[in-house]
Ligand binder design. Sequence first.
Ligand SMILES: [Zn+2]
Length: 256
Amino acid sequence: MVFTNKKLWTFLACCLMAVGLSSCRAGHVAALPGQTFTCAFPAAIPVGVRQGVYHSVAPGETVWRIARMYEVDADIIKEINNIKDVTDLEIGKRLYIPDAARRKDVITLYPGRKWEYMIIHHSATGRGNSSEFNRAHLKRGWKGVGYHFIIDNGTCGKDDGQIETTPRWIKQADGAHCKAGGMNSKGIGICLVGNFSRDKVSPRQMDSLVYLVNRLRKFYRIPKKNIMGHGRVPGARTECPGATFPWKRFRARLDR
Ligand SMILES: [Zn+2]
């Protein structure tokens, strides 16, 4: 391991912080019925402050992507966490991120003509994140999490309103979220964690949804009429994303 002076000081500072943080930042959280899992608490760093945090690797995340999320040098993350193969990060692996900025969502846009629709879903569960849905969808025999984006609700170690990009988006692959209308191959699947047949979309989830949808629709030139709930797709027999989903409020916030 070769350190420059700056890297060495960062490394030493991180070791000290890691010792101090390891006892208080990791926690065991309640699991979905029949499941047990441990995840780190969200990195709730105030804007402008930098500090060491733990990050649990989600499906599709690379060292490069995580480095961008926290504005940290990818080499430092690699060295401190003793990562040999940056292309093969284990899902759920807990990484220490030294001197991290407040986490930001990294949304990559890929040029192409594949996407003509956006389909909004809810998870119909009170809790979840990309890793949890990945596990559940693998069990169904699918190629991992079926959506392209997940908007978290502050459970399972993720921030309220955090946008997770899944491997299907990174690979620009078909989704497994809406068979009706052939939407899996032409519709971007966005899932909000929650059950909006009984719960409310949180204000942060709504902010993130509006931000994500506006970015995607401008880039791919998707007309507003092609942004719809799963249940509105002809042939789909579902209430998804829930009877109380605030469509009026959402549509009013889409850019012209
Ligand atoms: Zn759905």
